[in-house]
Design a protein around this ligand. Structure first.
Ligand code: ZN
Length: 83
């Protein structure tokens, strides 16, 4: 696959802004409603790195690549539940 000259500056800007915001916030945002998921809330990661919160996920039929719960970074609590 060769890349054409069709650049998508808007997409690049979005990606850049996303990564900058992710660094600033220290956690992901929902790509559906653009809010920051609450600590303990489950977020669902889709193909292409899209992240959706529980509410937005309910509107989709496709299965997420993986689901993870949001950790609070302030207190360093990384409790993992055994499977
Ligand atoms: Zn959402």
């Amino acid at each position: 696959m060769t890349r054409t000259a069709h650049h998508a500056p808007e997409l690049e800007r979005q990606l850049l802004r996303r990564s900058v915001m992710a660094l600033a916030a220290g956690r992901d945002r929902c790509d559906g409603c653009h809010r920051t998921p609450l600590v303990g809330e489950r977020v669902h990661v889709y193909d292409g790195g899209r992240t959706l919160c529980e509410l937005c996920r309910a509107e989709r039929r496709e299965a997420p690549l993986r689901s993870e719960s949001v950790h609070g970074s302030e207190h360093g609590l990384t409790v993992r539940r055994a499977a």
